[in-house]
Write a protein that binds this ligand. Structure first.
Ligand code: A2P
Length: 264
């Protein structure tokens, strides 16, 4: 899988497996082991998802060296203090059975996020996490954070899919040198993008599924992308996107599908 470099020089596999809403341990383990077989080395979880322990167990079972894995977790909104954030991080590490994480994010810009950021900065300087970042931060939140931060966030993970493309946030993050990571890149399968006629047409042309076209589109926009699936065949399908390219014209056509429509 292709890597991209974060603003601190750390490499992250551009495609990862999102494990949001996979709460059944057995289902999660099967999905993670399938993903390892398909070549995924990057996994995106959060305290909120309640599957860090099962993820840690599956990764240990996979036999892949820890240094070859990139795991992201996130501190949840109920934690609002510096000490609470450090404790939450320690709990996540313990559940994942790891001595450090790839990336740790503030899940939402809620109460205490500047305090929380200070804790992330300290975890980062202690070498307990390779990069730190934020999730669901809009321009105003980033402005406030950057006015106080010692360490610039490496990543902002936000909702993005063909019907919610966020060109302004894209431009802003590019200017700031913060990597753009998209959650629910397929529109959670419920917003209809997977049935979109234009995407179907483009898929037919390349002999690829709509999901593959959408993931490829994210990759070509330079985003880090974490599609979720519990089905082995789809996990493979979603990773089989490095052997074709969308043309500049196809990228333009997809741009026009934007409805600025969040699912939140
Ligand atoms: P499932 O887990 O049953 O495979 P997102 O990452 O945008 O949140 O989308 C995840 C949703 O899309 C899940 O409901 C997942 O279902 C479904 N999904 C993931 N990959 C594919 C695919 N290749 N084709 C169709 N649906 C998919």
């Amino acid at each position: 899988m292709e890597n991209i470099k974060l603003n601190n020089g750390v490499k992250i596999p551009q495609l990862g497996l999102g494990v949001f809403q996979i709460e059944d341990d057995k289902v999660l383990k099967q999905a993670v082991l399938a993903a390892i077989k398909a070549g995924y080395r990057h996994f995106d979880t959060a305290t909120l998802y309640r599957n860090e322990q099962a993820l840690g167990e599956a990764l240990a079972e996979s036999g892949i060296a820890r240094d070859d894995l990139f795991v992201t977790s996130k501190v949840w909104n109920t934690v609002t203090t510096y000490d609470g954030t450090k404790q939450a991080f320690a709990d996540s590490l313990k559940k994942l059975n790891m001595d450090h994480l790839g990336l740790y994010l503030i899940h939402w810009p809620k109460e205490g996020y500047l305090e929380k950021w200070r804790a992330l900065e300290d975890l980062y300087s202690q070498g307990l996490v390779r990069a730190i970042g934020v999730s669901n931060f809009e321009k105003k939140d980033l402005d406030t954070l950057l006015a106080h931060a010692r360490v610039k966030p490496a990543v902002d993970q936000v909702e993005t899919h063909p019907y919610y493309q966020r060109p302004e946030l894209h431009a802003l993050l590019k200017d700031l040198g913060i990597a753009y990571e998209s959650w629910s890149p397929l529109g959670r399968a419920k917003n209809g993008a997977l049935q979109d006629p234009l995407l179907q047409k483009i898929g037919q042309k390349h002999n690829k599924t709509v999901a593959q076209v959408i993931i490829r589109w994210h990759l070509q926009k330079g985003e880090i992308v974490i599609p979720k699936s519990t089905h082995e065949q789809r996990i493979f399908e979603n990773s089989n996107v490095f052997d074709f390219a969308l043309s500049a014209d196809e990228m333009k056509q997809i741009e026009i599908l934007d409805k600025n429509e969040s699912m939140n």
